[in-house]
Design a protein around this ligand. Structure first.
Ligand code: SF4
Length: 212
């Protein structure tokens, strides 16, 4: 089987196995999603979900967050780690959002990555989740699962994204990002993957590639 056919088979197998709606972050509007994804760097989605209610209670809009005092932001998001940089970024992103896009979260990766603290991962989450656009979201789970499955030989996120974009048709990319991610959380664990019960075991290269 060629690599593209294998990637499609893997994507379809995961699609059939996991629930149709997968959402790791919960949000009321596009601004909340953007900020939540920025905060999710180097921490868990659960931790982000614990801090955002108080954060959005106090600063519900780009206008309000753009004027926030940094120490107040730092206190509110402290538990997500890297809080100095994240506080600076969410304030600066709110300011840029107003300055460049009239306070509206833009719908392209190129526009999104102009915002402070927004890299390709965050931009892909936003375009896939809010705008139904093709998106390949490379986080730690996705990187591990796609590498073990032999879909990429790269570990650098931008290269992994490019590899998966070449293998899967655009309409399957966002769904695969979510299902592969969930598979990493539920079965293909970092330390002890549950290969014996894995629905992808017959398609997987783990053990035949160098391990991550
Ligand atoms: S067979 Fe093992 S390594 Fe491969 S995807 Fe499944 S759990 Fe991960």
């Amino acid at each position: 089987m060629d690599k593209k056919s294998k990637a499609v088979l893997i994507a379809d197998t995961l699609d059939a196995h996991y629930p149709p709606e997968i959402q790791f972050l919960h949000f009321k509007n596009s601004f909340e999603l953007l900020i939540a994804v920025i905060l999710s760097a180097q921490t868990t989605d659960e931790q982000v979900m614990r801090v955002v209610p108080a954060l959005f209670d106090k600063f519900p809009t780009p206008e309000k967050m753009a004027k926030a005092d940094i120490p107040v932001l730092e206190k509110l998001i402290h538990a997500t780690g890297f809080f100095h940089a994240k506080a600076k970024n969410i304030k600066a992103t709110s300011q840029k959002l107003l300055e460049l896009y009239g306070g509206v979260v833009p719908s392209t990766i190129e526009e999104l990555i102009k915002l402070p603290g927004v890299g390709r991962k965050t931009a892909n989450v936003v375009v896939g989740t809010l705008f139904d656009k093709p998106a390949v979201i490379v986080d730690t789970h996705f990187k591990r699962v796609t590498y073990r499955l032999g879909l990429t030989k790269n570990t650098e996120p931008d290269k992994v994204e490019a590899d998966i974009r070449k293998l899967l048709p655009p309409e399957k990319q966002y769904r695969f990002s979510m299902t592969a991610n969930l598979h990493g959380r539920e079965c293909c664990h970092a330390r002890k993957p549950e290969c014996d019960i894995c629905i992808l075991k017959d398609l997987c290269s783990y053990g035949r590639t160098s391990r991550i």
